[in-house]
Design a protein around this ligand. Structure first.
Ligand SMILES: *[C@@H]1O[C@H](CO)[C@@H](O)[C@H](O)[C@H]1NC(C)=O
Ligand SMILES: *[C@@H]1O[C@H](CO)[C@@H](O)[C@H](O)[C@H]1NC(C)=O
Ligand SMILES: *[C@@H]1O[C@H](CO)[C@@H](O)[C@H](O)[C@H]1NC(C)=O
Ligand SMILES: *[C@@H]1O[C@H](CO)[C@@H](O)[C@H](O)[C@H]1NC(C)=O
Length: 429
């Protein structure tokens, strides 16, 4: 169809005008979007400081490659650059627990604890409970269920240690400015979880709510009353039990119970699976975020500062193996020029757990490894056999190395740009 020239001309002008308007509009949109993006970025970096909700749940946006631990170690030391990545993608590299070329205390210095996600692993106090021995410039930080009670005795008896609560700045000052040695003991996280649960179960039973203990052990009674809501999500835990006696019957041989229940503590359990079933159900239902007793808190939670902003690591000099605590304390004593007689180093309960450990399934072990993954990653500990990454449908535990724009450690004003945390290979998280 033929169109008169004038109409073409006016069409052209209209077209040009429209085009111009469109360009103008898109320039405006660009500025708005850019500004919005900048705002968003700001918000993201603030959330990072405040704790992102994604920790432990990430995985979908991580490339499925597992990096070699020695490469990750090089990136952490700065001798290799963080690999290039696509813009707008989270800068994450996966690696396996226990593969880094560094000890636990060194790995801890790169640890990031999401204070939003792990809030309930910390108490309300912002100071750190330690034992301080000025004479030896030695500070011991205790991690419950990791050789802690015996270690506190050793600090007191052999180093003249005094219990103390130190503020972050004070603790950093001792170690960084006055050359104090800060030590602690850590343990295989799966093994510790069994022990933690065993203790937590005993402490949160209904026997603390009524009966003889109310007056005999008022402190434990109060602890129970203020925390019992935390076991309510797991009603099967104490089903059919009212008294401590009901519980003891399930794990202690009757001939010992008749003599003196104290003997139960050193006996092997007689649990036929009843207590283990409760344990396994709990592990299935527990997402690791709200421990029902302080003994179930992660080890890492005792090794970083409790801060609203970020869980910056304590300036730990060395982390010893709690399963060989006597060896660790010998080394410390040696370093400080004293000697601790062998017979004075008695650690932990020798007996088995109250529930039957032999009946715990591999599936349960794997779930526990996920629950305590942050301990495996931040302390650079190898996974137990049952939890090792396998190429099947099992969602294995892995660690994440993540690069951020900038993460400021408010206590040392160190900038931690690359951090370690945990993740899991998962389809259903
Ligand atoms: C700091 O303490 C370590 C270990 O206790 C010791 O070997 C070292 O000589 C001390 N350094 C200074 C500067 O005092
Ligand atoms: C700690 O000691 C136990 C017992 O000797 C040992 O099996 C384990 O491998 C040690 N852990 C580390 C991280 O060295
Ligand atoms: C559990 O895992 C261990 C170690 O990986 C393996 O040897 C054992 O056969 C597994 N048990 C079952 C019942 O699959
Ligand atoms: C698992 O192994 C199979 C066969 O060896 C392979 O085809 C598949 O890509 C592997 N999957 C993963 C996630 O590595």
């Amino acid at each position: 169809m033929l169109v008169p020239a004038t109409r073409i001309k006016s069409h052209r002008i209209a077209g040009l005008l429209l085009g111009f308007l469109l360009i103008l509009a898109s320039v405006c949109m660009f500025f708005i979007a850019h500004h919005h993006h900048a705002l968003l970025r700001k918000e993201i970096s603030l959330t990072k400081l405040g704790g992102r909700p994604l920790q432990g749940e990430s995985g979908s946006d991580v490339v499925d490659k597992i990096y070699d631990g020695s490469f990750i170690s090089n990136v952490l030391s700065g001798s290799e650059p963080f690999p290039a990545h696509n813009r707008n993608e989270r800068q994450q590299l996966k690696f396996l627990p226990g593969t880094l070329a560094m000890n636990s205390a060194e790995a801890l210095q790169h640890c990031y604890v999401d204070m939003g996600h792990y809030r309930d692993h910390f108490d309300k106090l912002f100071s750190v409970q330690v034992s301080v021995a000025d004479k030896y410039k030695l500070i011991y930080r205790n991690v419950p269920k990791s050789a802690s009670s015996s270690s506190r005795h050793i600090m007191k008896d052999f180093f003249g240690g005094e219990d103390s609560r130190l503020k972050h700045r004070k603790l950093n000052e001792y170690v960084l400015n006055h050359n104090y040695t800060l030590v602690s003991f850590i343990r295989d996280p799966l093994d510790r979880f069994y022990s933690s649960y065993d203790e937590a179960f005993l402490r949160m039973g209904p026997w603390w709510g009524a009966g003889e203990f109310v007056h005999e052990k008022p402190a434990l009674h109060r602890l129970y009353e203020s925390n019992k809501h935390k076991v309510e999500p797991y009603p099967y835990l104490y089903e059919g039990m009212k008294t401590m006696e009901d519980f003891r019957k399930l794990y202690c041989p009757s001939e010992l119970l008749e003599q003196n229940y104290i003997l139960c503590n050193d006996a092997n359990t007689i649990d036929d699976g009843d207590l283990t079933r409760r344990f396994e159900q709990f592990v299935r239902d527990y997402d690791g975020r709200k421990p029902f007793d302080s003994h179930l808190r992660l080890q890492v939670a005792f090794l970083v500062y409790n801060s609203r902003l970020n869980g910056a690591p304590l300036p730990i000099t060395y982390l010893y193996n709690a399963s060989e605590a006597d060896k660790g304390w010998s080394d410390i004593a040696n370093d400080k020029g004293i000697e601790i007689p062998k017979e004075d180093m008695v650690f932990g309960r020798k007996s088995s757990r109250r529930f039957n450990l032999n009946l715990v399934s591999n599936e349960t072990k794997r779930k526990i490894c996920q629950i305590v993954a942050l301990d495996y990653c931040c302390l650079n500990l190898k996974l137990p056999e049952a939890c090792k990454f396998t190429n099947d449908s099992y969602d294995g535990v892995f660690c994440v190395l993540e690069k951020w724009d900038r993460v400021q450690d408010q206590h040392t004003s160190k900038t931690r740009e690359i951090v370690i945390h945990s993740g899991r290979r998962s389809s259903n998280s």
